[in-house]
Design a protein around this ligand. Structure first.
Ligand SMILES: [Fe+2]
Ligand SMILES: [Fe+2]
Length: 406
């Protein structure tokens, strides 16, 4: 099984061992017959060597072809950003500090190639209309939605509706009793005196609206359980989403928002449009990922070019179809371009949380750190000097909250 420099690999060779992107997020599987397109993807991943099945006349890799170290890779993810901006400089410093001791994160695969569906089947409306999973919402979700939309609903009714789903109830109670919630509630001046052992108490504590929003968000997560593992590393995906959720709620709480729960849910669901694409159009999603990796362009930009819409819009449209609160839908819809929405603060909080997460805590398929939008950061009021504390706070709770959604 010779290992050869990628520069000497050619179409027609067969991979003898998995080849991974530098950050471990994507992988071409052993046994793959390499094409020129695969070789372009591997170059985009900065893979220097591959193992091939057929004997090769290739010579060993020169010393200078050794893989870049984690710090170099981290700095490369910031190369397109204005490094003289204090926010960018602070994020880069945090990323470099983490890269010093961090192994590569989890792994993912590029989707297998499938025939491309006709263009008319790729419109966001069509995508959201044809997937049976997306049109058959959990019963508990619809009941919670009814409670939310009825101004005469009582605490007991809300608790009874959520309580019909034991798994959802367990998740909500664990979350509300977590150290993260204690912290954000203390910051909001509403720390409970003891454990929240029933949904009725949870409703009293968070308020009907907030708890129902949280329950709606958590109740749809099982719909995305059967995404093929070759499309996306779901553990890594949810880790990214939970990180954005934690950061978004922290920022919203600091701003004194009266309903910070919707930011947690918006963070949790902000990239849900990606999951819809992975599930509905895996071949297109694979092409987009490969194009983004090889060109170094943001995923949402490549999506708009190839599809005419991006995952943020698709996710926002899905939440609209599911009749989530409008502010939540807008936060998801505009998270990559907060200033394009009617209410830029909500998407700005999600966008900032996404940037901080991708820079420091967890990636989700887009190797580059998203672009810096100074106006969005100004809206959130987050300063460069606070970033280390905010990131450390979110990181402290990340594993525990991720485990609650496993
Ligand atoms: Fe996104
Ligand atoms: Fe994201």
């Amino acid at each position: 099984m010779p290992t050869i420099p990628l520069s000497q690999a050619s179409a027609g060779m067969v991979l003898a061992a998995d080849a991974e992107s530098l950050d471990g997020m994507y992988r071409l599987a052993a046994g793959l017959l390499l094409t020129d397109a695969h070789l372009r993807v591997l170059r985009g991943w900065h893979v220097r060597e591959i193992e091939v099945a057929a004997p090769s006349e290739a010579s060993p890799a020169p010393d200078d072809a050794a893989p870049a170290d984690a710090a170099t890779a981290a700095a490369a993810r910031f190369a397109h950003l204005p490094q003289n901006e204090p926010i960018v400089a602070a994020l880069l410093e945090l990323a470099l500090a983490r890269a010093a001791g961090e192994p590569a994160p989890g792994r993912g695969r590029l989707p297998a190639s499938r025939p491309l569906p006709p263009a008319e089947a790729r419109s966001p409306e069509r995508i959201l209309a044809t997937d049976p999973m997306l049109v058959s919402l959990p019963e508990v979700f619809m009941r919670i939605r009814e409670v939310l939309s009825d101004p005469d609903s009582t605490v007991e009714e809300a608790a009874a509706v959520i309580g019909k789903d034991p798994s959802l109830t367990a998740k909500i109670l664990k979350l509300v009793n977590s150290a993260f919630y204690a912290r954000t509630m203390r910051a909001a001046g509403s720390l409970p005196p003891g454990p929240v052992d029933s949904l009725s108490r949870a409703v009293l504590l968070l308020g009907l609206n907030q708890l129902s929003t949280l329950a709606m968000g958590v109740s749809v997560l099982p719909l995305f359980k059967d995404i093929p593992p070759e499309c996306v590393d779901m553990r890594q995906f949810w880790r990214h989403s939970v990180s954005v959720a934690l950061l978004a709620k922290l920022v919203a709480t600091r701003l004194g928002d009266p309903n910070p729960e919707r930011f947690f849910v918006a963070g949790l669901l902000h990239d849900i449009g990606r999951l819809v694409l992975y599930k509905q159009l895996p071949e297109v999603a694979g092409t987009i990922l490969a194009a983004a990796m090889t060109s170094g362009r943001p995923l949402d930009e490549v999506e708009r070019e190839l599809l005419g819409f991006d995952h943020a819009q698709l996710g926002g449209m899905l939440l609209r179809k599911w009749r989530f609160p409008e502010s939540l839908e807008q936060a998801v819809w505009h998270h990559h371009d907060p200033l394009s929405g009617d209410t830029p603060l909500e998407p700005a909080i999600i966008g900032v949380a996404d940037m901080v997460t991708l820079a420091t805590l967890s990636g989700s398929g887009d190797r580059r750190v998203p672009r810096f939008i100074p106006e969005a950061w100004q809206l959130t009021g987050v300063e460069a000097s606070e970033l280390a504390t905010i990131v450390a706070t979110a990181e402290t709770h990340l594993d525990i909250v991720c485990a609650m959604f496993a």
